[in-house]
Write a protein that binds this ligand. Structure first.
Ligand code: HEM
Length: 598
């Protein structure tokens, strides 16, 4: 995700931009070829021609390379050289082979190629196949590519579920040179996320994020390394969200107010089929916007509607092969058009958020804290001049991006699944409405206090999250030190993927894992039960920061709209599919519905 045109190139001087690093590294790799190296001679195949000429020139010399007047590096050949060059200075070539066989370019190139292949294979071997005796099993992998060529990257969660059947709950996978371990099943996931939280809470490095993550103490929250900066920003965000309403009455009031706007917008749609996508996204985003920017957007605000469409594009892009490839081969980002293709939607969204922050800065009054941005700006002011602090303006931008993207897309996608299941199972919709009528009635607005008296609606909401399973592989983690999970050894620096689908749809846990069945969360008396395997927000130190906010949004929006309306499949349209789009984020396929005022 890069900043708008040209900004990646304009990255600040402290930028930890690794994208170009493989190219820059060529120099040091070539350097040993110019000077004597015993290890390189070991890699050269023995052969009469080679031995004859090679021995003297490859021998170590006590005289370091020097430069001639033209600045070319030279070395004096030893007296026993078979070349007619005694005492003469010859240029130190970039390739030993060229120096040794100036008349045989074919052989020289072959030697060089052979040398590189052996070196690369050795590197590959040491990087990927260290003999960790208890390393998790996995499919056989190719040198360099690992398993990337055989993986179904577009449907990676489904592919992982297939591999689990073959290799068990904890198995390994190779993304080129990256060791990845996929963790499945309730016990292993709990062990990895909770018991071993201290070892497993880091995030892997995604070269692609170099385009917008600038340095260590500036990586926002979602992708930040497990360390001081992440801790500071997470703690600050939680307490600030609390100050502006999270867990207090004021957030509830904000959601209730927004639910009224949503109901008016829905009313205006009665009579003709429509796709609820934008409306739900707008409603949920307004809640997070009111906390971050202190503002909300009308449902027909053109600028905001465009931003909402960008979310759709971003979700689509995350599931595509190209961004995954760029993470593995960062140099690909320099191919004309690649960056634009991957980051087109991100750039526009970032422009929008940058504009909002700029407006805030202009009207900032240190004595008035209107919202999250103001609170962060105050922190930036307090630590001014401390370069080690995480409270800097680029980090403000990234934290806002994180809260905005993580906070709106997830909840609105869940609500979209909710409406879909309710039109697919109208008898369940009726039961929800009966409970609403009984506990709240048709006039009073729902509040969070009602939730305790509404076990059926609560069970339906949990089941929407379980079946929707919107983040099947959660967000990748990484081990910050050697650890052990399920009896397997997992070394430091291994990417971990916690397969939430393997728990949310575990056939040994749920009675009907692939059916929408709210009874999963109800006991024989119809009371709500807590299920350990209900883990859509993940767990442990990296557990979703917005869990409380998401639960409040889901309950208040859902009960408010079913209190006022009944939804159904448009009469002339086929039954919408329960299938979801693949990729990192699962979302329902587009569908239309009709709304009727109750
Ligand atoms: C239904 C709604 C939501 C679901 C299912 C969900 C799920 C998740 C999951 C699975 C993770 C990854 C946890 C891990 O790495 O183990 C996560 C992280 C996160 N979520 Fe949510 N989320 C939701 C709503 C929200 C909301 C409303 C916010 C914002 C207020 C939010 C902010 C975050 C942040 C900041 C992280 C990164 C936490 C960190 O790395 O420390 N999420 N979420």
């Amino acid at each position: 995700m890069d900043p708008p045109a040209g900004e990646a190139q304009d990255a600040p001087p402290h930028s930890n931009n690794h994208i170009g690093s493989p190219i820059q590294e060529e120099g040091p790799h070539q350097e040993p070829l110019t000077s004597s190296s015993s290890s390189s001679s070991a890699a050269t195949p023995a052969g009469p021609t080679r031995e004859k000429a090679a021995t003297p020139a490859w021998q170590p010399t006590s005289r370091p390379p020097q430069r001639d007047q033209a600045g070319i590096r030279t070395r004096e050949l030893p007296p026993q050289s078979k070349h007619h060059s005694r005492g003469r200075k010859v240029p130190v070539c970039r390739s030993k082979a060229t120096l040794l066989h100036p008349a045989q370019p074919g052989t020289s190139l072959a030697t060089l190629a052979f040398f590189f292949i052996v070196l690369a294979l050795l590197l590959d071997f040491t990087k990927r196949r260290r003999s960790w005796s208890r390393y998790p099993p996995g499919p056989p992998s190719l040198p360099f590519f690992g398993n990337i060529l055989q993986a179904d990257v577009k449907h990676f969660p489904e592919y992982c579920n297939k591999l689990r059947k073959k290799y068990g709950d904890v198995f390994s996978f190779q993304f080129c040179w990256d060791n990845v371990v996929i963790i499945n099943g309730l016990e292993s996931v709990k062990e990895g996320l909770i018991t071993k939280s201290e070892d497993t809470s880091d995030r892997p490095y995604f070269p692609i994020t170099d385009c917008y993550v600038y340095k260590e103490n500036c990586a926002g929250m979602v992708l930040a390394k497990y360390g001081q900066s992440w801790k500071e920003v997470r703690r600050f965000s939680l307490s600030t969200l609390r100050d502006f309403g999270l867990g207090k009455k004021s957030l509830e009031e904000r959601v209730m107010e927004e639910a009224e706007f949503l109901c008016s917008a829905l009313k205006s749609k009665s009579g003709s089929p429509f796709d609820p996508y934008l409306m739900l996204n707008n409603a949920v985003s307004n809640v997070i916007c009111s906390i971050i920017f202190g503002d909300r957007f009308e449902y027909d605000d053109k600028k905001f509607l465009t931003v909402m469409r960008l979310f759709e594009d971003i979700i689509k892009t995350t599931g595509e092969l190209l961004p995954q490839l760029v993470n593995v081969v960062p140099a690909l980002v320099h191919i004309p058009g690649v960056k634009q293709k991957i980051f087109r939607a991100h750039n526009k969204l970032f422009d929008f958020l940058r504009g909002v922050i700029a407006e805030h800065k202009e009207g900032w009054d240190p004595n008035v804290k209107r919202d999250f941005i103001d609170a962060f700006l105050e922190k930036v002011e307090q630590v001014k001049g401390d370069p080690s602090s995480s409270f800097n303006e680029p980090n403000l931008f990234l934290t806002v991006v994180d809260l905005f993207t993580a906070g709106s897309g997830t909840t609105s996608t869940t609500l979209r699944f909710g409406l879909l299941y309710m039109i697919l199972y109208p008898n369940l919709q009726i039961r929800v409405q009966e409970e609403i009528d009984q506990v709240i009635g048709r006039e009073r607005q729902p509040t969070m206090d009602d939730r305790a008296n509404m076990p059926y609606t609560s069970a339906v909401l949990n089941e929407i999250q379980r079946c929707g399973d919107i983040l099947p592989l959660s967000v990748p983690h990484m081990t910050s030190r050697d650890t052990e999970i399920h009896g397997f050894f997992i070394p430091k620096g291994t990417t971990l993927m916690f397969n939430l689908t393997s728990i949310l749809k575990d056939e040994s846990i749920w009675e009907n894992p692939y059916q929408f069945y709210p009874e999963h969360f109800l006991d024989a008396d119809g009371q709500l039960i807590k299920r350990d395997a209900f883990m859509p927000f993940s767990a442990g130190r990296r557990v979703c920061l917005g869990e409380q906010m998401a639960k409040m949004n889901l309950f208040l929006f859902f009960t408010s709209i079913f209190q006022k309306f009944t939804f159904h499949i448009p009469r002339d349209q086929p039954r919408p599919s329960e299938m979801a789009t693949g990729g990192t984020i699962r979302a329902p396929l587009p569908y239309q519905l009709c709304v009727e005022v109750r």
